[in-house]
Design a protein around this ligand. Sequence first.
Ligand code: F6R
Length: 331
Amino acid sequence: MVSGEYVDNLSAIDWGNVSKVSIIACGSSYNAGMVAKYWFESYAKIPVEIDFASEFRARNVIYDKKGVYIFISQSGETLDTLSALKEAKKQNVTTIGLINNLNSSIANLSDYLIPIEAGVETSVAATKSFIAQLMKLLNLVLMASKQKNIITQSSYLGMLSDFNSEIAKLCDILSVNRKIIEISKAITQAKNVIFIGRNHMYPICLEGALKLKELSYLPVFAIAAGELKHGSIALVDEDSLIIGLAPKNDVYNKTLSSIEEVKARGAKIVLLTDSKDNIDVEYLFNMPKCPDILAPLFYTVPLQLFAYQTALGLGRNVDRPRNLAKSVTVE
Ligand code: F6R
């Protein structure tokens, strides 16, 4: 749950004086960081850059002394993330580690520590730790927003308590197992699977695609909906399955236009939405209504379940997918 308990740990950071946030991570942790980019910019009005840790190391980073550098890692031992942190420490910038394993190198080295508090995660695929990372990042963004007087103390506390009750609605998603199995079968039959979404749904597309490909070994892509027509739509034909994420928000209509474009190419469509509009697609997955800020948390859950059920259906080992290690301590 969103608790705000670690806030004291970070109270020395003066968010009003932070010129930018840099987020550095790999894999699912990177995807969580990209959601935080959208949140930071929308709710705390702080510009954000985000890098894969390997690319952060590869490029010539221009450090900003008034910047805050956030390193996200479940294991706290990912070599690229750890090496990037060591580089940032040499530059004397403020570093925050958002870490699940508190007895880890990244946890020990970061100036500030945000525990992810997901508990031990044994399956190779990051699932509960991804959700927990999102919750902690959201709390951090709101704390920065409150400190900058963008939201008031009372609305901050109100939002935290609303979130705790809203999150209970996630259980509703778990009760629609039949639909999840039906969609998983469609995934198995498709020649390729493409997740599309905009805004904070784009990183959730990346995460849904990552989970599905690593557990099922199928050809899966994630594309920002507006980018489709810049090349990737060439992949789409009547054997494609498109999974669209379309919460009813400011970009809802644009996402629906992208769905129409792929429908016109004969693709089958899975649409996840909380809208009650009458939308003609093969698989409509009704999502519970939630505040838009929480949509990344909500929409992650069915995508994790699609990956799980697809992998089970294909007889894959869902906890130990091939070629992968839980902690990547090599380059
Ligand atoms: C995907 C997955 C990986 C990790 C990545 C980073 O399900 O688990 O993509 O997210 O290897 O690992 P951490 O977060 O330990 O740095």
